[in-house]
Design a protein around this ligand. Structure first.
Ligand SMILES: [Fe+2]
Length: 195
């Protein structure tokens, strides 16, 4: 499946859901997976732990968006440019957590978790290794968790289908991180990982 098809893997994790339990399940999945990918890359224990925290909190900005779009005074979701609002969620999360004692690695990993390795992501169009390593790891884990989860418009993909789709769009990802991610996912304890 190419990036031009209706279902673009790199955008699926930006879906705004009203289902808080689904969002929380996704956060836990991203946290676990990101921790193990960081371990697979032999990163320091502190970095791995910080990334598990970033995984839990990475989409917390969506809570403010859901309120904005569906809460009191909400605008018609068919009229507003939902994508534009959705793209604010990583910055909103960063603003929400700033000044509350979180390590810089946690904050930057969250702020840039939608940056793409080819420079096509948001909010800053960072490219390559200018994207913080934690954010490059979250990016991949976030997309994979989204693909393995049911969505209102499609069923969860199996591991092989999700992996194939991500390989088609590998330009969005840091290859060194992607290879570590593949090794983690192919270990037997992760084969049944799903939403
Ligand atoms: Fe996100």
């Amino acid at each position: 499946m190419s990036a031009n098809t209706q279902e673009n893997a790199a955008d699926l994790d930006g879906f705004i859901s009203l289902d808080i339990s689904e969002e929380f399940k996704h956060a836990v999945q991203v946290s676990h997976l990101a921790f193990h990918v960081a371990k697979e890359m032999d990163l320091e224990e502190e970095f791995c732990s910080e990334l598990s925290v970033a995984g839990i909190l990475h989409d917390i900005g969506k809570l403010r968006l859901v309120d904005h779009i569906y809460g009191d005074g909400a605008q018609d979701p068919f009229v507003i440019e939902e994508l534009k609002y959705m793209r604010m969620h990583s910055t909103l999360a960063y603003e929400e957590l700033l000044g509350k004692g979180y390590p810089d690695n946690v904050l930057k990993s969250i702020l840039y978790h939608h940056e793409n390795y080819d420079g096509s992501g948001y909010p800053a169009n960072l490219r390559g290794d200018r994207i913080p390593l934690g954010a490059r790891i979250l990016r991949i884990c976030d997309v994979y968790s989204a693909l393995r989860s049911d969505r209102p418009y499609r069923k969860a993909m199996d591991m092989d289908t999700a992996m194939r789709l991500m390989i088609d769009e590998v330009r969005y990802f840091d290859m060194k991180v992607f290879l570590a991610f593949q090794r983690v996912v192919h270990k037997c304890e992760w084969r049944d990982f799903k939403g």
